[in-house]
Design a protein. Sequence first.
Lengths: 320, 483
Amino acid sequence: MQFRTAAPPHVIAGFTVPHVMFQVLLALAPLAAVHAWLFGAALLLQLGVAAVTALGCEALALRLRGRPLPQFLRDGSVLVTAALLALSVPPLLPWWLMAFGTAVAVLLGKHAYGGLGQNPFNPAMVGYAVLLVSFPVEMTRWPVPGPEWDAVTGATALDALRTGLRQSYTMQEIAAGPAFGRLGDTGGEWLNLAALLGGIYLLLRRVIRWQIPLAMLAGLAVPAMVMHGIDPGAHAGAAFHMASGATMLGAFFIATDPVSAATSDRGRLCFGAGIGVLTWVIRSWGGYPDGVAFAVLLMNLTVPLLDRYTVPRIHGHPRR
Amino acid sequence: MSSRPTLPAGLRLDARKTRPLQQPLHAAPAPQVAVLALDQGSGESAEPTVAVGARVGIGTRVARAVGAAATDLHSPVAGVVVEIAARPTVTGAGRCISIENDATDMRDPALLPVDWRSLDASSLLDRLRGAGIAGLGGAAFPAANKLALARASAAAHLVLNGAECEPWICCDDALMRERAADVVLGSQVMLAACGATHCTIALEDDKPEAAAAIAAAIAAARDDRVELIELPAIYPLGAERQLVEAVTGREVPHDELPPAVGVVCQNVGTAAAVARFVGTGEPVVSRIVTVTGSGVTRAGNVEVRIGTPITDLIAACGGYQGDPARLIVGGAMTGRSLSSDIVPTTKAVNCVVVATPADLTIRGLEMPCIRCGDCATACPARLLPQQLHRAAQAEDRNALAQLGLADCIECGCCDYVCPSQIPLTARFHAARLQLQLHEADRQRAAAARERFERRERRLAEQAEAERLAFEAARRRARGAGPT
C-alpha cells in the first residue's frame, strides 16, 4: 500500500494566531465594559470606527503588498491594534482623529515594516504617539466619569498632579481634588482594575507570560516608592501609579505585544523593567501626563540589543 | 542518589498508549521471506558473511559489523539466502539480505547460553558484540561499543532508559510489564561489561504497572546496585542528554558523550535482549514493536522477527481499517513517514503507526512568526527557535551556528506549540543538511585549491630546475669556449 509522506511532528497542539488574538480581545472585554460604564457608550463608536478603519487599511496594505487577503484579515491582529488604540484615547475624540490614528497605526506602524511579525514598534502606540503629538488638546480632554458625562471634561489625576506640582501645591492638596479617587484616578482605578483582571486571564490562559508585566509594574513601583519615601510632598506613591493612567493596560496588553517585545526570558525582564522606569520618569519629569506609550516605543528601540545580549545558555554549553 | 535535579523543558503530551497496551504481548508469525537491511538504522552497513544459496538456521550470523556503528546480523528464520541486493528500507534504500523461510524454525545448533559471570569484561563485550546487540530504543548503535567506551572512560553510572516519552510508542512499557526480570538481569550483565558501579532504571510516572513490575524484579534479584527512579512524563525526557540531566543533574557537554559525565545510557529493551542472549544464546533476531493508530484493526505490542516486512506485520494485526492516511515508523513527534509498507522492520523500528486523518493534526496555513517565544519555553535544548528560524530564512550560516543549530535534537516541541504553525523542525533539518552540503563544498573547494597550488608549485620548481640546468649548461659552454 502506498502512502503520502509528511515531515514530523505528526501531531501539533493546533494553536493559531487568530486564537491568540481573540483571547486578547476577550481579555479586553472587562476593561471595555468598565470604560463604557464610566464614560458612556462613546467607546462603542470609537471601537467601531477603529475596527472598520483598521480592517480597511489592512486590506489595502495586503492588496498593495500582494499578500493573501483572507488568511491575514482573519488573523485578528489588526483588531487587537484597533481595540488597544480605541481604549487608549479619550472617548470623546472626534471620529476622524480615531480613524486617522488607526490608519497611522496599521499603515505606518505595521505594514510599512512588512506586516504581521515584522514591526519593530507597537503599532497601536505608534498611532497613539502620532495623535498625541499632533493633537495634544483633543488627546488630553477626558470627560469626568459619572452619570453626567455629557460634555463635562476635566483633567485626569496624572494631569492634575503635573500641573499641581508645577504650581507648588503639595501632594496632599492635589490629592484632595476631584480627579482623585481612593488610589489614583477616580475612573482610572476602575479601568486599571479591569485591565488587571483581563491580564490575569491572559496569564492563566498562557497567552502572555509573567516576565514583562511583572517587570514593568516593578520598574514603575520601585522608583515611585523610593521617591515617595524620600519626599512624599513632591512624588506620588506606588499605589497611585499602579491605579492611574494606562499602567495595567500597558503592562498586560501593550508591553506584552510579542512582536515588538524582547524574546528571551531575561530580555523580557529587562524590557518590562525599562518600560516601567521610563513610564515613571516621563510621568514625573516629562512633558506628557502619561508615559506608557513613549516608554513602550523607546524600549521597542532596544529590542534588537536585548535579544542579542540575552541569548540563554544552550544545553551542554559553558556559560558565555 | 542525589536529590531530584531540575528537569529540562518539554511538553506534557497526550500519550495515546492505552489501546495497544490492552492486548498482552504476543508474537507475530515469522515472515515467508525475511529481509535484513545491512544498515539497521545506525547509518552504517554490516558486511554479508553468507552467499546466495547458503542454508541458515535461526541465529546464524549472516553479516558482520566492520565499522563501529554497525551491528552483526543474524538470520531471524531458518531457510535459504535467496538474494543480496538493494531494496527499499525504512531509511530509503539499501542492500539487504533476503532469507526464504523454510518453516522448520530450526535454531542454529551453535547457540549456547553464556556463563557471563565467569567471563572477563572484554570477552563479555566481545560476546555481546557478536550477538548483534544494538540499541533497541531506536538508534540501533551497537550496545557493546557504547559499553566499551563507558569502560574506557570509567563511567560509574549505568542508566537504563525506560522513559519512553513519545506518544504512541509503548513497546518498552509492555516489555517492562511482562519481562521485568529480563531487564534487571540485563542491567547486571551490562554492569559487569562496562564496569559501572550502579544502575538506575528510569521510567516516566505514567507507567505504574511497569514500575511495579520492575520494582518487584529488583527486589527478587536482591541487588542493591540497581534502583528504580520515576520521572514526570514530560516529552522529550527520554532523549539521552535530557535523561542524563534529569537522572543525575549533570549536563553532558555539547561536544561530548554521556561517559564524559560518568554515565552510560542503554535502553531497557536492549537490557532484555542481553538477558535473553546470556540465558539462551540467542542473538537479536526479534524485537517488540508497537503497532497502533486508528488505521490498524488490532493494535498491540508484538514480538516481531527482525526483517519482517511491515505489510506482513500489519496483516498479522488484522490489516488496515478505516482511512489509513499516513504510515509512520516511530512516534508522533519524530517518527518517519513512509511512502510504502513493503519495507522490512529493523532493530531500530520500535513502533509502526497507521494513522487516519483523525489521528493527525492537519496544519493550518503557515503564518509569519509573531515572536511569542512559546517555542523557546518548550525547547529542551534551551535554544531560541524563533531566532533560528529567522537565521534559517536568511540563510545566515554564522547566526545559525551561533544560535546552536547543531544542538537541536529535532524533538518537534517548538513545532508543536507554534501558533503560526511554522514547520520549524523540518526547516531546521533542512538548514542542517544545507550546512553539511556547504561544508562538503567548502572542503572540495579547499582540496581543489590545494591541488592547484601544488601543481603551480611543481611547475614553478620544474621551470626553476630547467632554468638552472640551462644556466649551468651555458656556463659550461662559456667556460669551454674561447675567452
